[in-house]
Design a protein around this ligand. Structure first.
Ligand code: AOF
Ligand code: ZN
Length: 372
């Protein structure tokens, strides 16, 4: 599609605005909006900050009054056409007298979709698909969750340059720098759940907590005091009652096999299992049903391999230290690759220096949650 330069520039700004809601809008999407007057001047900007708060379009329109009449609105997600926690944005745009609406991505949520059709029916010119790839990227967690009805998974690992995350004797602290570890805390805090396998819980006794993010909305709303749910994948309920992950610093769910008998005092989630362990897709669907849009998968290598084998890793964040081990535990366990044709191909998205380490962000070359 040939996109006028002005459209691309205003939508790029809307995508940037959408990104400001990252980590605080769950279970709602991140959305950005820019409003121009009839003369093409920017008169309003907005983004969605927290679930239950005003939608991006409403935030932007609140700044413009009569100046939107005959103007254009750029929105990263199709305007909603429903009354949920707030009123329909399609109606708000019509009431403001906007003549044209430019949309990046259609809304996959059947309850809210239909805004584009309503606007068209009322004579508004609607253009869709502008900067769709960028708008998909900024909202990828929510789009995966809405389209596949499962949580989006980011698998994070830290390793040496030769891909190892522990030495031969099992020691692993600290391969990466304090800067990289602080960055991990930031990413953890933006996730709705932090998932680890029983192997990691038994070996490292981690807390799996994140330093809280600052509140996004009014007191008590949005991310204020938000704590990611901790999830232990533990088919046979081997989590020790005294494990740190069961302390009261955040809620915890222990996922066990349906047929496991246990005395463990914890919030248990019983799941079907197959020869390879728990049904991880069922886990992600259960988590989505509990409003977990995004999962931060922290290990260990065995669990990460199982997620990957089942096609359930949507994004990989790797912290690579300029160090070599030569022996010891690999960052990733068996992942269903028996021969080179079965290799998990990724594409790099972002490469950055974090202190002395490199952070690589990659994703599967083909991704189930994205429209190809
Ligand atoms: C948002 N923010 O800026 C837009 C959304 O529960 P509600 O009423 O807030 O509605 C949420 C749905 O509205 C959401 O799933 C999405 O389909 C649509 N658009 N949502 O939270 C926004 N534009
Ligand atoms: Zn809306």
């Amino acid at each position: 599609m040939e996109i006028p330069a002005q459209d691309a520039a205003h939508m790029a700004r809307a995508v940037e605005l959408a990104g400001r809601g990252h980590g605080t809008t769950s279970p709602n999407p991140v959305v950005g909006c820019v409003v121009l007057d009839a003369g093409g001047q920017v008169v309003g900007e907005g983004f969605h900050a927290y679930a239950g708060g005003p939608h991006a379009e409403v935030v932007a329109l609140a700044q413009v009054g009569e100046r939107a009449r005959g103007g254009t609105a750029y929105v990263t997600l199709e305007p909603c056409d429903h009354t949920g926690r707030t009123g329909p944005c399609s109606q708000a745009l019509l009431a403001a007298g906007v003549a044209r609406v430019v949309i990046a991505v259609p809304d996959p949520n059947p309850k809210a979709a239909g805004g584009a059709a309503r606007l068209r029916a009322h004579g508004v010119s609607v253009t869709s698909g502008v900067l769709a790839a960028e708008a998909e990227r900024v909202n990828e967690e929510w789009l995966t969750y809405a389209r596949l009805e499962r949580s989006h998974v980011t698998w994070k690992f830290a390793a040496t340059l030769d891909g190892r995350s522990a030495a031969e004797d099992g020691t692993s602290q600290w391969i990466t720098s304090p800067e990289a570890r602080a960055d991990v805390h930031r990413l953890r805090a933006a996730a709705d759940a932090i998932v680890a396998g029983i192997g990691t819980v038994l070996a490292d006794d981690p807390h799996l907590t994140a330093r809280p993010t600052p509140p996004a909305g009014p007191a008590g709303a949005g991310a204020g005091g938000r704590k990611p749910l901790r999830v232990v994948v533990d088919a046979r309920a081997r989590t020790p009652q005294g494990a740190r992950v069961l302390d009261d610093s955040a809620p915890t769910l222990v996922a066990i096999a349906e047929d496991t008998d246990t005395e463990l005092k914890a919030d248990l989630l019983r799941l079907p299992s197959d020869g390879r362990g728990l049904d991880l897709e069922a886990l992600l669907k259960e988590l989505a049903a509990r409003d977990v849009v995004s999962v931060f998968l922290e290990g260990g290598p065995t669990l990460a391999g199982e997620f990957l084998r089942r096609g359930l890793v949507d994004r990989v964040v790797a912290y690579v230290a300029p160090a070599l081990l030569g022996s010891g535990r690999a960052a990733l366990g068996a992942a269903g690759v028996g021969t080179i044709g079965e290799i998990h191909r990724l594409t790099f998205d972002e490469i950055s220096l974090i202190g002395p380490d490199v952070r690589l962000i990659a994703r599967p070359a083909t991704q189930p949650g994205r429209e190809q």
